[in-house]
Design a protein around this ligand. Structure first.
Ligand code: NDP
Length: 327
């Protein structure tokens, strides 16, 4: 038997409860993992509250990521005792996920913990931290360097935003953090932001071309915020779009792209190829010492995870991340 946060649905209302389940109920897969830590991601909060159709079939164990130890494997690449992590691949959406003491998955979705990183640190960063790293690497592949000018990070107090600030600041970039939380200014400056802008200055419809301000953008917000960020890019600037906290729409014009040579790069963490994932996790392990990672999340037990979903969606959590201790 193992404990899992189980989502069921009745009359289109989602219910979440920690439940004891028989291991025989685990889904198909060639590797069984004893999960040690998972995270509460934005997508998990949507699944748990039923606010968006993240879950495709019920009952479902949410949790789009986890880290733990292989318990049994019939795949040649993994053996019992291996320390592993998983992000995405539809886990927690179409396949039972990480908010449980056991997970059974395809070996193709698993990767080893990077050298020097333990399961707790990996899930303190979680999918948000890994996505922030994917954004930073993408911007740099497209030519961004600290000398080119300031980098705007939107959704700054969130998981993606706050990790992106930390990573960019440690790589020498001048980071400008956009947030709606006046009580988060001190924290964001401590993470390495040079200055703060009020997210209200970006969240309404703006002109298609604005004064050149940003050499790079990491955007987890979408909608008018991303449109305004693109409109204020410097010539040849690059923006990485990974989220939709304000909205899925993109009410922009082609002006920044055809008149200023701006590049807008989409970043997806869920189906990113394995070599890209490995590069991102290894770079996270190299870039962030454990002492810094440890300050990035509040830790809760599996029993308390679901209660944090509403405050996460409402932006009421004091820190960007919720680490879920499973073992
Ligand atoms: P969080 O909830 O931790 O953070 C989101 C942040 O967005 C909030 O902290 C807030 O920042 C800002 N925000 C929220 N609502 C609004 C609004 N209405 N207008 C403007 N800003 C708003 O989420 P994550 O950081 O984990 O994820 C952020 C986004 O990225 C989500 O949409 C998520 O689905 C997406 N994502 C995508 C991935 C991918 O593979 N592409 C992977 C991971 C996440 P503040 O309080 O500072 O204003």
């Amino acid at each position: 038997m193992f404990k899992a946060l189980l989502l069921t649905q009745q009359d289109k209302v989602t219910h979440a409860a920690v439940t004891e389940l028989d291991e025989e109920r685990l889904p198909e897969g060639d590797v069984t993992v004893r999960v040690q830590y998972s995270t509460l991601n934005y997508k998990d909060a949507l699944a748990i509250t039923g606010r968006a159709p993240v879950v495709r079939q019920f009952p479902m164990v949410p949790g789009i990521d986890f880290a733990g130890v292989v318990e049994a494997s019939s795949a040649p690449d993994f053996k019992a005792g291996d320390a592993v992590l998983l992000n995405g691949w539809g886990v927690g959406e179409t396949h039972w996920g990480g908010l449980a003491q056991r997970a059974r998955v395809s070996a193709k979705w698993l990767q080893r913990l990077p050298e020097g990183m333990n399961a707790r640190s990996a899930m303190t960063l979680g999918t948000a931290g890994y996505t922030a790293m994917l954004c930073v690497l993408r911007l740099e592949q497209l030519g961004l360097t600290p000398e080119r000018g300031p980098v705007l990070v939107t959704g700054a107090n969130g998981g993606v935003g706050s990790t992106a600030i930390t990573l960019l600041a440690r790589r020498g970039y001048e980071v400008v953090a956009s947030t709606g939380r006046s009580d988060a200014h001190e924290r964001l400056l401590a993470l390495g932001a040079h200055r703060i802008v009020d997210r209200a200055t970006l969240s309404e419809a703006g002109k298609p071309l604005q004064k050149e301000a940003w050499a790079g953008v990491v955007d987890s917000v979408g909608s008018h915020t991303l449109a305004n960020a693109c409109a204020a890019m410097k010539y040849g600037g690059v923006a990485a779009a990974c989220g939709l906290a304000q909205g899925m729409d993109f009410p922009s014009s082609v002006a920044p792209f055809i008149l200023r040579g701006v590049t807008l790069a989409g970043v997806d963490s869920v189906y990113a190829p394995m070599d890209v994932r490995r590069q991102a996790w290894e770079e996270l392990a190299r870039s962030l010492p454990t002492e810094i990672i440890d300050t990035m999340a509040q830790e809760v037990g599996l029993e308390d995870a679901a209660a944090h979903a509403e405050p996460l969606l409402a932006g009421r959590l004091p820190q960007g991340r919720v680490l879920v201790r499973i073992d």
